[in-house]
Design a protein around this ligand. Structure first.
Ligand code: NAD
Ligand code: TYD
Length: 348
């Protein structure tokens, strides 16, 4: 019997990971620990909330006493750690909360696992979910590989880099079985509309300006979120103790090109003349410290563990756009109240 703690399971990627594990492994107990910050939403898990192998616990990874109690109460044998503050723009405004959640929160979980497992690491695993942003920024050539030197630039990526170092330190110092994966930008259903794709789709729907940072020339490498969840499943079960895996789909897009694809598809689905929403594109002041390009080489994951993305980008982005347009209530529920305040502060 495996009792797996998934942290941040009510967030964007976490909810897809929880869904996959709960459905695929009825013999596992899946415990979803989430603080339900602005980014956490139990609506994301409505379809699995009554499954007998699923338990939700509201809590804070920074609360060390609570984490120790949780490990003991549920006899946790594995951790998939996704809980984090995840938005670069918020990290620029409030770096402290990123250090607190991403660094201290990860340390609190590691220490709770260490004390609970008490040197008996048989069948135990601490799997930490990280980002390609820890590697810094690329010019127009090359890819991030697992051995690329860490070079974070934003408070977000610095806090994630720090948490990765703590995970490796627990492996090297205490012998804790760990694995880390660093993934590229995810897209798909249930992403909070502060990130590029859901934010722009919501603005297209409401005929609001689309705030493109700088000249729109920054490049991101996009992976469909369900393919990330599939990779996490493979790495959790087959990843080598102490190792690191990069996850990505070799799918680079300049922001402005991606935005035009979104506009074209959304216009078609909304019954508007094709390209008519391009008039909403508004170039705004660039993000401070804006990384130019991310690009992941995930050859190791393919060669060693056999993972490959299942979805082509064209199919994934169409599916995603349809989902946001078909699920207006989900978007409307989270863009009322506090969201408007955030939007005014960020984009005034
Ligand atoms: P998200 O912001 O959508 O979700 C984060 C979740 O963590 C939320 O449910 C939130 O309530 C929860 N949380 C925050 N602070 C917490 C705390 N102190 N205790 C317990 N729960 C807390 O984030 P996401 O986009 O789903 O990212 C999940 C993980 O994947 C993060 O670690 C992120 O760094 C990493 N990642 C994200 C991407 C991406 O493109 N979104 C890419 C690579 C890696
Ligand atoms: P984002 O979704 O915030 O992910 P990340 O910064 O972690 O890669 O942003 C993706 C890209 O889109 C990034 O280059 C910044 C850009 N962007 C905009 O141009 N305007 C926006 O309003 C947002 C949120 C992002």
């Amino acid at each position: 019997m495996k009792n797996i703690l998934i942290t941040g399971g009510a967030g964007f990627i976490g909810s897809h990971v929880v869904r996959l594990f709960v459905n695929k492994y009825p013999e596992y107990n899946i415990i979803n620990l989430d603080k339900l910050t602005y980014a956490g939403n139990l609506e994301n898990l409505k379809d699995i909330e009554d499954k007998p192998n699923y338990t939700f616990v509201k809590g804070d990874i920074c609360d060390f006493e609570q984490m120790k109690d949780l490990f003991a109460k549920h006899n946790i044998t594995g951790v998939i750690h996704l809980a984090a503050e995840s938005h670069v723009d918020r990290s620029i405004k409030d770096p402290f909360s990123f250090a607190q959640t991403n660094v201290m929160g990860t340390l609190s979980l590691l220490q709770a696992a260490k004390l609970t497992w008490d040197g008996d690491f048989t069948d135990k695993l601490f799997y930490h979910i990280s980002t390609d942003e820890v590697y810094g920024s690329l010019d127009n050539g090359g890819f991030f590989v697992e051995t690329t030197k860490y070079d974070p630039h934003s408070p977000y990526s610095a806090s994630k880099a720090s948490s990765d170092h703590f995970v490796r330190a627990f492996h090297d110092t205490y012998g804790m079985p760990t694995v880390i994966s660093n993934c590229s930008n995810n897209y798909g259903p249930y992403q909070f509309p502060e990130k590029l794709i859901p934010l722009f789709l919501n603005n297209i729907r409401h005929n609001k300006p689309l705030p493109v940072y700088g000249k729109g020339e920054n490049v991101r490498d996009w992976l469909y979120v369900v393919d990330h969840a599939r990779a996490i499943d493979v790495i959790y079960h087959q990843g080598k103790n102490g190792d690191t895996y990069n996850i990505g789909g070799f799918n680079e897009w300049r922001n402005i090109d991606l935005i035009k694809v979104m506009i074209k598809t959304a216009d078609r689905l909304l019954g508007r003349p094709e390209g008519s929403s391009e008039k909403l594109i508004t170039y705004v002041t660039d993000r401070a410290g804006h990384d130019l390009r991310y690009a992941i080489d995930s050859t190791k994951l393919k060669d060693e563990l056999g993972w490959e993305p299942s979805l082509q980008f064209e199919e994934g982005i169409e599916k995603t756009i349809r989902w946001y347009l078909d699920n207006e209530t989900w978007v409307d529920n989270i863009t009322s109240g506090e969201y408007e305040k955030y939007y005014q502060e960020m984009y005034k």
